[in-house]
Design a binder for this molecule. Structure first.
Ligand code: HEC
Length: 178
């Protein structure tokens, strides 16, 4: 019995382990990207308020994403409700995001929700992003008028408001190019 269990676990883990280095690297990239974004956001919010932070986010978010993309690796963000149309999910990502919503409904903690897939030679890690308290000033339901104005100015088709604490805000997408 014990050897059967051991054998089964070896078979299962070897199919997952084929990508374990990639998954490890991709998750640390997500962590580093997310930390850099939050640091810029929080420090600008504190020093100069949310309107200035929106401008910084507008310029810095794509730049920071680029900083964390190198060689065959590329990181981006997407959502079912995007602010920047450049972050719009394609059909494939859209279905993954819908599945994430279902998994959250089923009780899975957002921090655990991720998806890995090999697709057209590339490998992907898609990882859910929780909505925290710090996000609500710009993604919540009650935005300050000056915040709303700045967002409308920069993102006329903004869909990324009305989120509540504990919602899935979107996802990080790490792609390893073939
Ligand atoms: C100061 C305002 C501000 C705060 C606070 C803020 N964001 Fe954003 N967020 C933005 C802006 C502006 C963009 C668009 C960035 C761009 O143009 O790429 C954005 C874009 C995003 C995107 C990319 C998808 C999209 O909608 O285009 C995600 C995901 C996201 N934010 C998550 C968060 C999370 C999670 C938090 C809290 C930890 C947060 N944001 C806090 C302003 C903010």
């Amino acid at each position: 019995m014990r050897s059967i269990l051991l054998f089964t676990s070896l078979v299962v883990s070897s199919s997952v382990l084929a990508n374990s280095d990639d998954a490890y690297f991709a998750r640390s990239t997500v962590k580093a990207f997310s930390t850099d974004l939050k640091n810029v956001l929080v420090s600008t919010m504190k020093a100069s308020g949310p309107v200035a932070a929106i401008e910084v986010c507008n310029i810095s978010a794509p730049a920071i994403a680029l900083q964390h993309s190198a060689n065959e690796w590329e990181i981006s963000r997407t959502s079912l409700k995007v602010r920047n149309p450049n972050n719009q999910a394609n059909e494939w990502l859209n279905s993954i995001l819908l599945d994430f919503e279902q998994r959250k409904e089923n009780g899975e903690p957002i921090a655990n929700i991720e998806h890995q897939e090999q697709k057209a030679g590339a490998w992907y890690l898609v990882k859910a992003i929780p909505t925290g308290q710090a996000c609500l000033a710009c993604h919540g339901s009650e935005l300050k008028p000056e915040v709303k104005n700045k967002l409308t100015e920069l993102y006329p088709s903004d869909k990324a408001t009305g989120f509540n604490l504990g919602d899935i805000r979107g996802a990080f997408v790490v792609k390893k190019h073939p």
